[in-house]
Design a protein around this ligand. Structure first.
Ligand code: ADP
Length: 188
């Protein structure tokens, strides 16, 4: 069982690195963003609540996120382990995760930050758009600014929390996909 947490601001390449890691370690990826987008697409009541919040780039409440995570990690496909992508995003979520993991006598193996300059994030999102990749409702410049601001305000304290506990490893996300992936590989 291996548990990895991947941090990075929007556009840092978390999703790309998560895909590489799942192949290597034969584990699955749990992306709260993807799970919420599925809820939105399915038209569920949770999806309806989530949509307007996500379209603004704001955060879904910690209670909702925790119940989604708790349900998800119970599933059999999580038995070999998982990568958390986009979670925990607030200090409350991080503390709730510690509690959850302790109760299940699980261990978080790697907590990795992919660090990227703000300017590059905007460039990458603009490029994503021109390349005609699936454009998300929350990928326009205004909303992206809000997502980056929220990352700074709500998620940076989570990184500090893990850094203080000497549990955080940081890799330079300004390099090529291959280099970033090499640097992550060295942590194991
Ligand atoms: P990003 O590209 O910004 O990392 P994600 O795909 O991880 O985006 O998440 C998209 C949106 O889903 C977020 O802006 C937020 O509204 C919601 N969301 C995802 N994960 C969480 C979470 N752990 N806590 C609160 N809201 C979340």
């Amino acid at each position: 069982m291996i548990i990895i947490i991947l941090f990075g601001p929007p556009g840092a390449g978390k999703g790309t690195q998560a895909k590489i890691l799942i192949e290597k370690h034969d584990i699955i990826q749990i992306s709260t963003g993807d799970m919420l987008r599925e809820e939105v697409n399915s038209g569920s009541s949770l999806g309806k609540t989530a949509k307007s919040i996500m379209d603004k780039g704001d955060l879904i409440s910690d209670d909702i996120i925790m119940s989604i995570i708790e349900e998800r990690i119970k599933k059999p496909d999580c038995q070999k382990g998982f990568i958390l992508d986009g979670f925990p995003r607030t200090l409350n979520q991080a503390i709730a995760l510690d509690y959850l993991v302790e109760n299940k006598t699980l261990n978080i193996d790697q907590i990795i930050e992919i660090k990227v300059d703000e300017e590059l994030l905007f460039e990458r999102i603009e490029q994503r758009k021109t390349e005609g990749d699936l454009v998300r409702n929350d990928d326009n410049t205004e909303v992206l600014k809000n997502r980056i601001l929220i990352y700074k305000n709500d998620t940076m304290p989570v990184l500090e929390y893990y850094r203080d506990l000497k549990r955080l490893k940081t890799v330079d996300g300004m390099q090529s996909i291959e280099r970033v992936s090499e640097d992550i590989k060295k942590l194991f």
